[in-house]
Write a protein that binds this ligand. Structure first.
Ligand code: PMT
Length: 407
């Protein structure tokens, strides 16, 4: 695992199989995970995916030819092999696997595979019979023995209409696996980060409650990104349907009161507290022990008296010593202005505002678009997957936290 702070540099080798059409999506997923990508195509790969499509999504011009004088002049192939933190070949055809297994270096990609000292990953993609063939299995065993990591292949329906193993693993999964294996910048190493996520439920009776649309995705993505950045993470989660990310301590709560107790108990031990949860501002004044009957209600409808929940983030920020406090703000109008006021009122070090009137971001969507507001300025992050938002926020918050520590 590398611990320096530059973006992970990945040489993405693309060989000539139908799954090569997924290469632009793989490049995008690698970039979401914070990697810098140079695509390298074999001659046959160019028949399935264009250099133009790759150029549009990658940071660098795709490379294709060992004898391209112009490309070699800017970064020669040995330099390129040294530059990489990882070499990933996806899709890896049966032919490419065979050439790698035999140490053949007759084009740019196979030459790079021999010249690099970086870890090598292959994601095979081929017809099921070709995958199961003894020669391919021998070559795969050989690659594994040489230290190459083999990703997949997945089982399922293939482009040729057959079923079985041979489909390339999904781009998102490949990107996550490879970037996790080569590490992300450890900007939070040694810190303890407390994160809240998801909604709370405020019960009226045993079966009815007041809640909101928070899925927990943004908070879980934040917790995961903090862990990847080296933090020791505790995640206090409201009721959500999300798996616990590995290596993270999870505390499940239901109501705002339970969330407050869980956070208060742990805040003193945290360096950074990030309140992503959509905590209910109010709860029913009375929680009935038995299910309310229709007949119990008044003829002109039911009235529910509400009382205010205590503000968790405000309570933590208001007591010294305290962690570095980052809140979130879900707004539907005047987002920036309201968030600036909220940051000041709740004495937060920083606040992350999302305009939840836009259905494509915020609550229960896979993307978000936010502005981070802090004492020294504002940083706008345009629409991108919540994982990418989380990773970008971590970089900003780690820098703010480091400066606050010096002050
Ligand atoms: O969960 P997802 O579906 O991924 O959606 C993500 C999100 C939209 C929930 C998230 O990005 C977000 O905006 N979270 C904050 C939502 C919210 O409650 O905003 P608010 O403006 O009402 O609260 C401001 C801050 O005070 C928040 O940090 C909140 O956690 C905190 N708060 C609020 C009430 C309360 N009683 N105690 C608190 O600590």
């Amino acid at each position: 695992m590398q611990t320096d702070n530059h973006a992970r540099r990945i040489l993405l080798g693309i060989s000539g199989g139908i799954a090569a059409y997924k290469a632009p999506s793989l490049v995008r997923n690698l970039r979401v995970e914070g990697a810098e990508v140079v695509p390298v195509l074999t001659r046959n790969a160019s028949k399935f995916v264009t250099e133009t499509a790759l150029q549009a999504v990658a940071d660098h011009r795709p490379r294709t030819d060992l004898w391209d004088a112009e490309a070699e002049a800017s970064m020669g192939h040995i330099e390129l092999a040294r530059w990489a933190d990882a070499v990933l070949i996806a899709p890896a055809t049966a032919d490419l696997v065979a050439r790698m297994a035999h140490g053949i270096a007759d084009d740019l990609l196979t030459t790079l595979c021999l010249a690099t000292a970086a870890p090598v990953f292959v994601a095979p993609a081929m017809n099921v019979k070709m995958w199961e063939h003894a020669a391919t299995q021998r070559n795969i065993d050989r690659l594994r023995a040489d230290g190459v990591t083999v990703l997949g292949p997945d089982d399922g329906e293939q482009a040729c209409g057959e079923f079985g193993p041979g489909r390339m693993m999904e781009p998102e999964e490949i990107a996550e696996t490879v970037t996790a294996a080569v590490g992300t910048p450890r900007v939070l190493a040694g810190t303890r980060v407390l994160v809240t996520a998801g909604p709370t439920r405020e019960f009226l009776d045993p079966v009815r409650f007041i809640s909101n649309r928070s899925s927990g995705r943004q908070g879980f993505a934040f917790a995961e990104a903090a862990r990847n950045a080296g933090a020791d993470v505790t995640l206090v989660a409201g009721p959500v349907h999300l798996a616990t990310p590995t290596g993270i301590e999870r505390v499940d709560v239901v109501s705002a009161q339970e969330m407050k107790d869980a956070v208060t108990e742990r805040a003193a031990g945290a360096d950074i507290f990030v309140s992503v949860a959509a905590v209910a501002d109010y709860r029913p004044h009375t929680t009935h022990d038995q299910k309310l009957k229709k007949s119990d209600q008044e003829s002109d409808g039911i009235r529910v008296a509400l009382k205010e929940n205590e503000d968790i983030v405000g309570a933590i920020a208001g007591v010294e010593p305290r962690p570095f406090v980052v809140g979130f703000a879900a707004e539907t109008q005047n987002a920036l202005q309201y968030a600036r006021e909220k940051r000041a009122r709740k004495r937060m070090d920083a606040i992350v505002v999302n305009d939840v009137s836009d259905a494509a971001i915020g609550f229960d969507s896979s993307d978000n678009a936010v502005t981070l507001i802090h004492g020294g300025g504002e940083v706008e992050l345009s629409k991108m997957p919540k994982r990418a938002i989380a990773r970008r926020l971590i970089a900003e918050i780690a820098a703010l936290y480091a400066v606050a520590g010096q002050g």
